[in-house]
Design a protein around this ligand. Structure first.
Ligand code: HEM
Ligand code: HEM
Length: 218
């Protein structure tokens, strides 16, 4: 703009109830000739510390869980509950617990304002992937729990046996084992792959702040 002066103002705020850290850079452009101030605002917002800790804790737990799932003996009709199988149950129930807390934090706290300049279709598709991931974080362990019950395998967490959601060999629940494995091995891994590649693409190719929103520091 001709005959205009630009002034950048940085404002850092902590938005209390939601715990977000927000840095707003406002570029004020004064245009005396046309007696108008054009204000363009870019917002850089990050996830709350709690949301970040829960996100990366789940990533770490899932890595451990897949390593255990692929190493443990294949579970058949009379497979005994070995240490690795029992560890798979324990990690799985912990993931379920952390996912419930995470969902609660998400619903209460919402998300930071979208990064400036992100196209609408990316905003929408990322939200679809996020909600599918939340759904899988609940559905996969619950199906595992039902299937362990169906097989008559006790789920023992720190010495306490969890209640049974269904009776052993209850009619109509046999499918839960196959669906549990397919959702974990395919749906979850494919969606996590798309999600992680998108985050890395934003960081290394687009050079925007999408990944930084979920990293310590912002
Ligand atoms: C997010 C958490 C979980 C993930 C990612 C997960 C992942 C998996 C995977 C990948 C398999 C198939 C292993 C293979 O490829 O052979 C499997 C099998 C199994 N998991 Fe999980 N699991 C989770 C939670 C649980 C929980 C909480 C339980 C029970 C308390 C459980 C019980 C089982 C059982 C019984 C099988 C054998 C199913 C069958 O083949 O019929 N899992 N799990
Ligand atoms: C290396 C792997 C991963 C990377 C780099 C990554 C990165 C990110 C980033 C940057 C965001 C913020 C996106 C935004 O601001 O719009 C995010 C959000 C999210 N991530 Fe991941 N993530 C990874 C793995 C996972 C895994 C394994 C899960 C769960 C299965 C997961 C579930 C989510 C969910 C549900 C959100 C949405 C949070 C919300 O707004 O409600 N991520 N992730």
């Amino acid at each position: 703009m001709e005959h205009c002066h630009a002034l950048d103002i940085a404002i850092e705020t902590h938005i209390g109830s939601k715990g977000f850290h927000r840095k707003t850079v406002a570029r004020e452009t004064f245009c005396p000739r046309i007696s108008m101030n054009a204000v363009k605002t870019h917002t850089f917002a990050g996830y709350s510390g709690g949301a970040k800790v829960l996100h990366w804790l789940i990533v770490a737990l899932l890595i451990a869980q897949f390593v255990v799932a692929w190493t443990m003996p294949e579970i058949r009709r009379d497979t005994p509950v070995t240490t690795l199988i029992s560890l798979h149950f324990t990690f799985g129930i912990i993931i379920l617990g952390v996912a419930v807390i995470r969902l609660f934090v998400r619903v209460q706290g919402g998300t930071p304002a979208p990064e400036a300049g992100i196209p609408g279709w990316q905003e929408t598709s990322s939200q679809i992937v996020h909600w599918l991931l939340y759904a899988l974080l609940l559905a996969v362990p619950v199906l595992g729990w039902i299937n362990a019950d169906w097989r008559g395998m006790p789920i023992v967490l720190f010495g306490y046996e969890l209640p049974h959601l269904i009776a052993a060999r209850a009619a109509g629940w046999q499918w839960t084992g196959d669906v549990h494995g397919v959702l974990a091995n395919f749906a979850m891994l494919i969606l996590v792959g798309v999600h992680a590649v998108a985050a890395l693409y934003h960081h290394f190719v687009m050079h925007d702040g999408v990944l930084k929103r979920m990293l310590p520091g912002r």
